[in-house]
Write a protein that binds this ligand. Structure first.
Ligand code: ZN
Length: 194
């Protein structure tokens, strides 16, 4: 199983490759010296299917189809085939009904089928957005759902959380020259409570 790991702020941490049968709790991120801890407790069902995120423990996951890079090429080919066919229809190109076009259309058809065969599904965690590839996916997983996603709002960005109390603390210091300790203490306590 391959995991594209994200932290609790949904920032990408890197990729890890794990064997679900071994359930490794400490895994090194690929091409990095960082190590992460995974929680496998009740994470897999009897069939080896993921029940919850091993990174953050969230039980809400959604299934998503992953298309290979080939898709863009096929779109261009299909458009080219359509143009050639349309030109042939209006008699602009004589060979439009010739084997060339048939071959081109057949190639597009084969590529379409290949995409269907090679596209894979992955599971994504609603809370941390870590994604899980190359594992059996239980049937009850649905695609992304707005009502479930609203239960996992994106975490506030850290700079906004840190600057506000700092700014208030400096304001409080400058405000009362005569009564120094009391207002500063109150401001610090108020800031820490957030
Ligand atoms: Zn998660």
């Amino acid at each position: 199983m391959r995991i594209e790991l994200r932290d609790e702020r949904r920032q990408r941490m890197g990729r890890i490759d794990v064997d679900p049968a071994l359930r490794p709790t400490r895994v090194k991120i690929v091409d990095s010296d960082r190590e992460v801890f995974l929680n496998w407790e009740t994470a897999l069902d009897d069939g080896g299917r993921l029940r919850r995120c091993v990174a953050c423990g969230c039980t809400d996951l959604f299934a998503e189809k992953v298309f290979p890079m080939l898709t863009g090429v096929v779109v261009v080919l299909a458009f080219a085939g359509f143009v050639v066919g349309a030109l042939g229809f209006f008699g602009a190109i004589r060979f439009a009904g010739s084997p060339h076009v048939l071959v081109a259309m057949s190639v597009i058809l084969v590529l379409d089928v290949a995409i269907l065969l090679f596209s894979r599904r992955r599971l994504v965690c609603y809370r941390c957005r870590s994604s899980f590839h190359g594992l059996p996916i239980a049937r009850y997983y649905r695609s992304w759902d707005r009502s479930i996603a609203e239960g996992h709002p994106p975490p506030p960005s850290p700079p906004a959380r840190q600057t506000e109390p700092l700014r208030r603390a400096s304001e409080g210091e400058g405000r009362g020259p005569g009564e120094e300790p009391a207002p500063v203490d109150a401001v610090v306590r108020g800031g820490a409570g957030r």
